[in-house]
Design a protein around this ligand. Structure first.
Ligand code: G3H
Ligand code: 13P
Ligand code: ZN
Length: 307
């Protein structure tokens, strides 16, 4: 059942669990996400970036999700725009059938971010669509960074309070030290949990963790075993995800883990049988492997059996 993001995240916010928001760029990823939600009995958010929308076509994105949401009618699912960069992009997604959007104006000055977010919120709410915004910049924070430097990069809890009050945004992504992709930390993983708790206290809305892939050892090793290279890769450990959920994170964005798990299988099959060229022989096991990663995550985040 396709629902507004609030229907999924308000419950998670009240009960202190996290819901995975999984990126997809094709039918196979989407199929794996739904199969996992079905197996784990979990609500789920599926999200498409502007790049993913360009790749698939917005009508295809919405059409596929609507079909899957109908096929799995008992699963609450929101279709979310990931990192929308402009009002126009959010409006297009809403008009096409997305039930939730992110306006990411976090690289603009605070006042501009606030104004852009407010414009999107006013339009989205008039259409029954939920909105996510971001404060701070996504990047790893090293041990030797000064307090001032940290303040310049990470979310400011006071600003978060003002931002949420003035924009009436539904969900906020506070930068607390994560980054996108497979190379999140140079040294030991480190997140600013205190800052996170402060933001939760000041805003009292569902919070979002971007760059939340864990790159579990078995996923990394499967990729490496095929001759793949992930030198220096580091994800957010599962214990950190659980700590972040205790601190108020409710939406947990995941893309990299899915890509690596999927491609490890494709690479393995290509290596094992160089004569193989039936797409289904690659994609069916790749979907299965991706599904396992998602099911595991749903249990770790606490969304399993929440339907
Ligand atoms: O936040 C970024 C997501 O992983 C989507 O990435 O822009 O390559 O589709 P993309
Ligand atoms: P990862 O690169 O850690 O999977 O993060 C994805 C993300 O934040 C999408 O918005
Ligand atoms: Zn992100």
């Amino acid at each position: 059942m396709l629902v507004n993001g609030n229907e999924i995240l308000q419950k998670a916010h009240k009960e202190f669990y996290g819901v995975g928001a999984f990126n997809f760029v094709n039918f196979e990823m989407l199929q794996a996400i739904f199969a996992a939600a079905n197996e784990a009995n979990s609500p789920v958010i599926v999200q498409a970036s502007e790049g993913a929308i360009k790749y698939m076509g917005i009508d295809m994105v919405v059409g596929m999700v609507q079909v899957m949401a109908k096929r799995y009618g008992h699963i609450p699912v929101a279709l979310h725009l990931d990192h929308g960069t402009t009002f126009e992009s959010c409006k297009k997604a809403i008009e096409a059938g997305f039930t939730s959007v992110m306006i990411d104006a976090s690289h603009h000055p605070f006042e501009e971010n606030l104004a852009m977010t407010k414009e999107v919120v006013d339009f989205a709410h008039s259409k029954g669509v939920s909105v996510e915004a971001e404060l701070g910049r996504l990047m790893g924070v090293e041990d030797n960074i000064s307090v001032d430097e940290k303040d310049a990069v990470l979310v400011n809890p006071k600003e978060a309070e003002i931002f949420v009050k003035e924009t009436q945004v539904d969900f906020l992504a506070p930068a607390i030290g994560t980054s996108h992709g497979a190379f999140k930390f140079k040294g030991e993983p480190k997140l600013d949990f205190e800052r996170l708790q402060e933001v939760k206290k000041m805003t009292n809305i569902p919070l979002v963790l971007h760059g939340a892939s864990a790159i579990p050892d078995y996923v990394r090793n499967a990729f490496l075993a095929t001759g793949g290279d992930l030198k220096g890769s580091k994800g957010v450990p599962f214990e950190f995800l659980q700590e972040a959920i205790k601190g108020g994170i409710n939406k947990v964005n995941t893309d990299t883990d899915l890509r690596i798990a999927f491609m490890a299988e494709v690479r393995r099959i290509a290596n094992d049988d160089p004569t193989q060229f039936d797409l289904r022989k690659f994609f069916a096991p790749a979907m299965e492997s991706m599904k396992k990663v998602i099911v595991e995550r749903m249990h770790i985040l606490g969304s399993a059996n929440k339907i």
